[in-house]
Write a protein that binds this ligand. Sequence first.
Ligand code: SF4
Length: 69
Amino acid sequence: MSTPPTGCPYTGSCELYPRFSLKGALKIWQQRYCSHETQHQRCARYQLATSNEPVPATLLPNGEHIPTT
Ligand code: SF4
């Protein structure tokens, strides 16, 4: 488990983060949010997790949901 020196503190616990690694197309989220120095604070998942709210498994950083397969 590697946590980037900057970026989202939830990369170790976020359900979606490993899925980003699996799906090449979703890697863009990692670059735009998870690994970004400040942008991860705008992630919908980050905001829920920070508020101690349950984070839906399918919630994307932009607040939309991915279809579950
Ligand atoms: S999806 Fe959001 S909460 Fe999850 S690791 Fe990326 S920035 Fe953090």
